[in-house]
Write a protein that binds this ligand. Sequence first.
Ligand code: AMP
Length: 436
Amino acid sequence: MSNPRYQSPKGVHDILPDDHLYFSFIKKVVRHHCRRAGFRRISTPIFEDVEVFKRSIGESSDIVEKEMFLFESKSGKKYALKPEGTAGVVRAYLEHGLSNLPKPVEFYYIEPHFRYNRPQKGRYRQFHQFGFEVLGESDPAIDAQVIYISHRINYDLGIADRLTLQLNTIGSSEDRKQYREDLVNYYTGKERSLCEDCKRRMYENPMRLLDCKEEDCQILASMAPKLESVLSEESKEHFSLLQEYLTELGVKYELNPTLVRGLDYYTHTVFEFWSKKEGSQNATGGGGRYDGLVELMGGESTPAIGYAAGMERIVEYMKEAGIRPPNKDKVEVFVAQLGLVAKKKSLSLINELRNLGINTVGAIGKSSMKGQMGLADKLNAKYSLILGQIEVQEGTIILRNMEKGSQEIVPYEGIVEKMKTLLGEKKLSSKKLWEE
Ligand code: AMP
């Protein structure tokens, strides 16, 4: 419809069947790599008590300050649609005593998320992320593994060569106390050149000034003292070991001292995958260590690291790279019929074929034979099986190869076997789905 009466809300999109091919493929690749690495899937609710996000993400973050979708229950309880995945996972980890599982505890998720921001290309109000969280291990080898899996997923999706891995350390919270002071000293007296957001954040969270996108703020940020100068020996050692491990794993990275990530909870390693193309909305994913978060949320001190990637942006880059995900929706057999008896027979034939794993569509409506065959063409079916009154009487069926345009009359008995052979042995499965 060119001028529909209703439209989806601003910044929120339908995923139409052609795009679902991409989403399904991404999920498949993510599930494959996560399972291989022993990660188990977790889903947290789409909304949580707003305090879960405020506490974990931090009051001075963009997300908490202005990007949450907030609502109240009838009893006045305040909730927020989840803007990111880590807070909910940590809440669930503590609520269900998952800290008793053997360490490290490894989860992955594939979920919709919601942020109230200005919609633009690559930035939406509902978007989908997959991500993983590894809790209970502080060794930098874990950081290297998480980064490797993230990279490997990009590689299997065909977009790794369009991205660069940006890597930095933001040290421990102790290191940062000192650094905060250095930054406040540096920015004092320069307030007039800062944007309104940065002026406000200067005392609350001065590190946020380093990743401001305003030009004047960026110029000041480039001359600000570097965190490196206050890193403890331990933090330096963590970061240099991580780099050695990444080199060992053959993962290329670029050191980026201005990468701080927007969320308060990060410590030590932070990383993002950036497109090589110019533009600000170009990261496909990012993550880092959050050693202090579990304790902040009321648990025992627990080192942890996570990663989250945006599926809409990945789809965009896959399309740009000309990647076509495999189409498992293709119609393999179209069953056409004429007359009541033929229709009854075709109903069970369709089901028999489907139960064998063959994608089968039948024209069950009242359409003429010409109409049905037109539909078979439009659906790009590989084969058509045509059952008319004569075929029913004679115990035969017409088998038409739609690609070649040739057809033959074959006995009805044994047609299912014949289709199995024609469509290849891989289809042979009368097992129940959960047995596969
Ligand atoms: P973040 O944790 O904010 O860095 O988000 C991780 C990834 O999720 C980003 O690199 C994006 O690919 C994606 N993402 C975050 N916010 C949005 C959004 N509003 N719309 C679409 N994708 C997003």
